[in-house]
Design a protein around this ligand. Sequence first.
Ligand code: NAP
Length: 457
Amino acid sequence: MPIQTVNPATGELIRSFPELTPDEIEEKLALAHRVAPVWRATPIEQRCEVVRRAGQILERRKQDYGRIMTLEMGKPIASAIAEAVKCATVCAYYAEHAPQFLADEPVAAKNERSFVAFEPLGVVLAVMPWNFPFWQVMRFAAPALCAGNVGLLKHASNVPECALALEQLFEEAGAPGGVFQTLLIGSGAVEGVLSDPRVAAATLTGSEGAGRSVASIAGQHIKKTVLELGGSDPFIVMPSADLDAAVQTAVTARTINNGQSCIAAKRFIVHDSIADRFIERFVERMRSLVVGDPMDEHTNIGPLATAQIRDDLHDQVLRSVNAGARLMLGGAPRGGAGYYYEPTVLADVPRHAAAMREETFGPVAAIARARDVDEAIAIANDTPFGLGAAAWTRDANEIERFARGLAAGCVFINGMVASDARFPFGGVKASGYGRELSGFGIREFVNIKSIRIFAER
Ligand code: NAP
């Protein structure tokens, strides 16, 4: 993919960026390697202070950052501004808690002073996606930098302005040169960087294919990875649920970020006895969404990020209808400029259909029916993915069964799956491994070191 900013609302090419040459990549790697020991030796309170300042800048400039995100990938401007604010929150969170998360942990033992220490790994490569172009990066960078690691960002090729703004953010926050650098490179150059001995580890947020590729390169070189990959989250609705609240949340959960979120609810599994009412109300709400210019504050759904994503989504809808799904709403790209796709509802989608088996990245909802809790859980878990899951019910027994029975990194009961700095985030199965956020996230890229000092005999 060429590295360029294309406005997805119009299809207009705004700016192209040359890829870094091998010499330029080498310069950046050398700088990262040089600064890593300096940053590691900087007291954690000072490192946290840099991250805290980055958060303050994000809050102050949220409007500017929001506009860059919307211009490059098309999310509604209000969500883009909210994303900048959420990034500020994760900075404040780690600036406050990192010293305690990484404090030595004493281990009681006779005749020795023993403890576990948490030391940075060094240079960490972050391969990141365009869908939350600030948030995905910051939820890696804030804990990694607090922990004393140095970051190299290879961002998605369609969000170079976001990538450069993030590099500048850390510079302005007072990080020494090289502590956080953006590499404007294509995916083909990732192998060279990752296999370089100066790079200690990698984190990738993106598709399953990219995850497989990066993990296998890292495996060849025995380097730690965290993978945050795709999802096809179920959203289950049982008869005791507040149907109006469930429908309202279901529509938001499906269409947030123009439907391009890993934790968007993608498969709606509804109890037979309420399925017809659910479908009717769901279609009504989806129809009322405002699709249009993402820079307009009244827009609910902007364009998809690229023409390819729109075309892939349409192909999944056509294949699902061919497999027997009933098309209740939408089902086509919008004519005219930009990469818009109509809000789409598919009902009675068979389990083998594309919309149930694959990740749909856009405003397309697949609805299926279930006879009881067992069948709802079986359909929900019948997916290669396992990122998030939601279930709506007021029945205490059902709540317990869903909470424990759904195979995912998180389960939300009577709510919508969302990330939160205080809770670990990540998946099982093809959704990846490792965790971001909370105390678990900051310990992914550290050497968990046992230190045992024996009394002299
Ligand atoms: P993508 O195409 O996999 O790209 C993600 C990043 O990986 C980009 O920087 C991309 O670079 C790079 N890349 C792609 N193929 C690669 C390869 N073979 N080797 C090395 N790098 C490679 O994904 P996307 O379309 O940007 O993002 C959408 C996906 O991310 C969805 O599946 C979504 O569910 C997932 N996601 C997951 C989470 C989570 O936390 N689990 C969060 C957000 C998104 P180029 O742009 O240069 O190709």
